[in-house]
Design a protein around this ligand. Structure first.
Ligand SMILES: C[S@@+](CC[C@H](N)C(=O)[O-])C[C@H]1O[C@@H](n2cnc3c(N)ncnc32)[C@H](O)[C@@H]1O
Length: 197
């Protein structure tokens, strides 16, 4: 299947109806990851060739963890911009604040925002352990063990808010402090850990 149709079909399976413009932007992000983020060391060299499903669709799947996507969302440990930039494209009415402690990755994620001309995303350098403000939604993908992350989430989430943490596909057991949600339409299935404040 050609990439546009593949991404459109994957988004629809997850329950998201993306416009052709949004699909084009996500494909542009995939190209940028391959062309710039991998050579710059922001993503591992083994990721080349499997970015669409493993990174773009997998990032989009994190939105399944929210009943309604929040108006403001922090992406903790965003690396070069995942999942935050994917979610910013998919939810243009929401503001995404991407946080990472690595200045190199922060620069790369900012570069991606410029390349994509994304008005609703910003990147700040910071640490998960030092919350700067609270958000109605938080996402975190492959940042630290969920048990450790849990200690810091309370400082980032507004009362009534929700954090969605991507768990490893191999890790299907419950993690104390979260409820789990299987996104089974992906291959391999993704497990989201959900923490409600
Ligand atoms: C494996 S990468 C994952 C990046 C991205 N979330 C993704 O899914 O591709 C982990 C990222 O978390 C960041 N990170 C790890 N510990 C952190 C901390 N305590 N505070 C802020 N960022 C952190 C690292 O700098 C790195 O960019």
């Amino acid at each position: 299947m050609e990439p546009h149709a593949e991404l459109e079909a994957s988004a629809a399976r997850l329950g998201f109806d993306l416009s052709p413009h949004q699909i084009d932007r996500l494909l542009r992000l995939a190209e940028w990851l391959e062309a710039e983020a991998i050579p710059a060391g922001g993503l591992g060299p083994a990721e080349g060739g499997r970015i669409l499903q493993r990174h773009i669709v997998d990032s989009l799947a994190m939105a399944v963890g929210f009943d309604r996507f929040p108006r403001e969302v922090a992406d903790l440990g965003c690396g070069v911009g995942l999942p935050g930039l994917v979610l910013a494209v998919a939810f243009p009415e929401s503001g995404l604040t991407l946080v990472d402690r690595s200045s190199r990755r922060v620069s790369l994620a900012r570069r991606a925002i410029r390349v994509l001309d994304l008005p609703n995303a910003e990147v700040v350098q910071g640490e998960v352990e030092k919350p700067v403000r609270r958000f109605p939604g938080v996402v975190a993908r492959a940042v630290m063990p969920p048990e450790r992350l849990l200690d810091h989430l309370h400082g980032w989430i507004e009362p009534g808010g929700r954090a969605v943490v991507a768990g490893s596909s191999r890790r299907t057991r419950a993690v104390e402090g979260y409820r789990t949600l299987e996104v089974g339409m992906l291959d391999p299935p993704t497990w989201l850990l959900i923490m409600a404040a």
